[in-house]
Write a protein that binds this ligand. Sequence first.
Ligand code: GLC
Length: 556
Amino acid sequence: MKLLFVALFFSLNANAFTLSPESKQKALEQLKKLTLKQKIAQMTQAERQHATPEQVKKYGLGSILSGGGSNPTPNTPKAWKEMVKNYYDQSMGSAAKIPLIYGVDAVHGHNNVLGATIFPHNIGLGVANDLELTKKMGEIVAQEMKATGIYWNFAPTTAIAMDKRWGRFYESFSNNTKKVTELSIAYMLGLQKEGVLATPKHYLGDGGTEFGHDRGDTILSEEEIRKIHLPPYIEAIKKGALSIMVSFSSINGQKMHGHKYWITDVLKNELGFSGFTVSDWNGIEELDGDYKEQIKKSVNAGIDLFMVPERWLEFMTLLEELVSEGKVSLKRIDDAVYRLLAVKYEMGLFNLSFEDNESFGTNEHRAIADTLAKKSVVIKNKEGLLNLKNKRILLTGKAANNTGYQCGGWTVEWQGLKENVPGATSLFDSLKTQGADVTYISTDRLTTIDPSKFDIAITAMGENPYTEMMGDIVMNEYPYPDRTPYGFTLDYYSLHPEDKKVIASLKRLNLPIVSVIYSGRELDFDTLYSDSLSTVLAWLPGSETRGLAELILGMK
Ligand code: GLC
């Protein structure tokens, strides 16, 4: 057994990125050739809808991203690769001839792209807790990213989520620091084994905010911060992390995007992080002051690359002014640009080939996702599922034949889909494939059926897809001036009266009920548990449900 553990440990540690002396030397040499404008352009990341490939060439931008759902038309791997290659080629045609790096949120698969393999969200991976398969997931996601010409993933999320009212609870592997560290490293190593840059995020303490408020305030002593939230970054740096994203949230009232102590003094100096930090989406605008003041604070805090999707030209102009006014030192600019260049050299971006014909959305990839999904399931009262395979099943519920719910947020669109996700398999499809005697009845027809034709009812329901603050459950006084949170209670039936109604209809039919729940957290399900013979918590399993169906049918 010990030998196996040692083998596992070394297999997980293989293939980490490290900045070689050659990459460092090339970066230093390249840095010397750059003008201030070119340096500042390297520190600038625009969003694809707000910067054309021609502007990348004209201004020499260092990076482009696709925000969630920012997809080319058609949304195919081929179209993605053509788009990314065009941006790349234009960057190589710029005066400085420095390749841009294109980033996406492939948080549970290359999830923007139609037909991608969609894995369970991190909450499910935390339950499955399989380091080898999570690393394998990283390798597969990287392969599917490379099929579209993309080599930078804004993942893994290393949040230790403490409060299930947080809309990003499902993006966290666990509230246990050790488990989060192990699983995020496994995903990161899988990505980087395939040459895709990972991005542990969001530094620091994003999962510890008061009331679980997204972008809120984590109020802890420094000792507690270091004990609970810092370990994943310490380990990630040791294992080769070369990009880290800064959090929107605050620590003890100070916004992370302006937090010099944690970004420069701790992350870079104390922990020796030699890669680059990247801001979050307009994260610098969380700081006090006008835009120029926000830029000054965030650059001087130690952020190196700025995700300024729309205002990128204004950002570059103001940062140049700040340098000329002596408010941002050239030393700080050179530190940021050196880091960015060294990583680009280490990743081989200067000689990128778009010839990779990596596999995309294959059955082999989906089999791994299915196994992880199956391992993530938690069943209350397994006895209720005995011999289900030999019973006449009535299947209903909003999520039984609609794969948007099982995939959740960050799927095709930023907020996910409430309709079918191309390439995904519904529970109805999987039950049929397993040979079950299953009849799907839509929820609006439950009053029309003859219950004597069935032995048992299965209803697939749960949360509507959400992402980030749109999933916050606000139960404390907190000013949410510009957005409507998911809800104001943790009580499932109050949040989802449509599901409560389905349960009531099934109770009137006097059929035993198996409830299958897709959700990003365990809401207050007590009434559901008492209404159901068995409850199957599947979290957000992604595109594959074969294993889930096997469990429900009592199969191995
Ligand atoms: C979002 C998220 C971050 C993501 C980024 C780019 O606001 O906070 O996790 O990587 O913007 O989509």
